[in-house]
Design a protein around this ligand. Structure first.
Ligand code: AMP
Ligand code: GLY
Length: 458
């Protein structure tokens, strides 16, 4: 039987019955999807979603790269009224929220509480669920309540500052201090010296990171190697998306200042099946059970920032969104229709969708503006984008100038992802293309993935 499915359908009421349409000849599916954000992560999400059957992707506000895979819409992620109007005017069936801020600010609650928007699917947790990222103290308490392995800690504010100092004295160097709230990725200090740690604790509580550090979590330092594991859950079921390793420091050999992320590799050799099974049993399942017990309706991504300590996973942090630049590697390894996966996630039937990971390795190298992560210039004309081969270039901070040329518009500018049968092969292809892209002040790391060739599989 032939069937035409218009699929901005209302949640629940006329959602696609995945089992019913199996084996039927579907002639047209129309799915209007809105991705919120403007970075490399959103370009990668939009790129993958646009390959979905009948998908038309809009990106708000997007960048020069997202314009190649969908339609950019000039609306800010904080403009809830504008987003609502756009969704209703354009029969948007699914909204995918890229960054954390709108989730922490309650965009999902806004959709759920609005009579007209209730029919629009949205991927991401509500304000309560987003506290897993929005408040480190909340996340640590959640982990404690649910028996999830993480570093020992104490939450401190002005009232119990003395307890904080006493706790620091019980720990061994280095000392980890975390601003409770969102601090644009800058709120974690790792200090070698006790006096310095005590002094920085005072500074943080005194407003070093504004209100974000009015409360500080002091943590035991975990030594090991970090990785990012991504879970997509509909609250009942889950899938593990490809894991990745991020490279946070600006310089080769992990030297220099912290950045938003300079590259990524997926899969991660030390994330063996045995390690990932421990992640599922000790972290993913208790996390989802905890969310349910605490009546948090969570449909979206959970990004587990993990430390592999001698083969055992510990949670360093939860994020309630995908990672950047990990997404630029991860999306290239998802096989099949990612739009199906996200529609099913929002409709609570993730278990009914086929999902597979590519066995290939993806290496992502981020090209950044000179000076980043400190002050940098924008508006530099980019060349070489048309000569790239056998890779995908995800735009992170780009725009069009008045002449229609692609110019730099951020610190992180563009992420080049290539695939290969090994890290070496993928690296080679990625770097062959990286050097073709030129703009004044361009900088990138040269060692993405190299450490993984040397790391024993613990
Ligand atoms: P977060 O913002 O919580 O991801 O912390 C930023 C970075 O600080 C992490 O990616 C780790 O490299 C490091 N870090 C955070 N907490 C710890 C910890 N307890 N032990 C060791 N390193 C940590
Ligand atoms: N790559 C780390 C993050 O997205 O937070």
């Amino acid at each position: 039987m032939e069937q035409i499915i218009m699929y901005p359908g209302e949640v629940g009421k006329d959602a696609v019955d995945w089992k019913a349409i199996q084996g039927q000849h579907v002639t047209a599916v129309v799915r209007n999807i809105l991705v919120l954000g403007s970075g490399g992560r959103e370009h990668a999400l939009a790129w993958k979603l646009a390959q979905g059957e009948g998908a038309h992707v809009f990106i708000a506000p997007g960048n020069a790269g997202t314009a190649e895979v969908g339609t950019n819409v000039n609306i800010k992620v904080s403009d809830l009224g504008g987003i609502k109007k756009f969704c209703l005017d354009n029969e948007i069936g699914l909204v995918v929220v890229g960054p954390e801020q709108p989730l922490v600010d309650g965009i999902v609650d806004y959709f759920k509480n609005d009579e007209q928007l209730q029919k629009v699917r949205i991927i991401g947790p509500d304000r309560r669920g987003a506290q897993l990222e929005g408040s480190k103290a909340y996340a640590k308490e959640f982990m404690a309540r649910n028996g999830i392995p993480t570093a020992r800690c104490l939450t401190v504010n002005q009232a119990n500052l003395k307890d904080g100092e006493a706790f620091l004295r019980t720990l061994q160097a280095p000392y980890v201090l975390k601003a409770d709230g969102l601090a644009a990725g800058k709120g974690v200090l790792i200090l070698e010296n006790l006096d310095e740690a005590i002094s920085e604790l005072g500074n943080m509580l005194g407003g070093k990171f504004g209100t974000a550090s009015a409360t500080v979590v002091i943590e035991e330092f975990l030594s090991g190697i970090e990785c990012s594991v991504f879970v997509l859950t509909d609250g009942e079921h889950y899938v593990l998306l490809p894991e990745a390793k991020d490279y946070k420091r600006i310089g080769d050999g992990d030297k220099g200042l912290n950045t938003g992320g300079m590259g990524a590799v997926s899969p991660v050799p030390f994330c063996t099946p045995d390690f990932l099974q421990k992640v599922e049993d000790r972290i993913v399942k208790p996390t989802l059970k905890g969310l349910k017990t605490e009546n948090i309706d969570y449909k979206g991504f959970i990004f587990l920032g993990l430390m592999n300590c001698g083969g055992d996973p510990y949670v360093i942090e939860y994020n309630v969104r995908m990672g950047d630049p990990e997404t630029e590697a991860v999306m290239t390894r998802i096989e099949g229709d990612f739009a199906d996966l996200l529609y099913a996630c929002a409709d609570g039937c993730l278990d009914q969708v086929h999902y597979a990971k590519s066995p290939l390795t993806a290496v992502t190298v981020m090209l950044v503006s000179g000076g980043y992560p400190e002050a940098y210039q924008k508006g530099k004309v980019m060349t070489g984008l048309n000569s790239l081969k056998d890779c995908v270039a995800f735009h992170a901070g780009t725009a069009f100038n008045a002449e229609g040329q692609v110019v730099t518009a951020g610190g992180r500018v563009i992420a080049v992802t290539a695939q290969g049968n090994s890290i070496l092969e993928a690296r080679e292809k990625a770097y062959e293309n990286v050097v073709k892209i030129q703009f004044e002040g361009e900088n990138h790391r040269h060692d993405i993935g190299l450490d993984l060739l040397l790391t024993p599989h613990s």
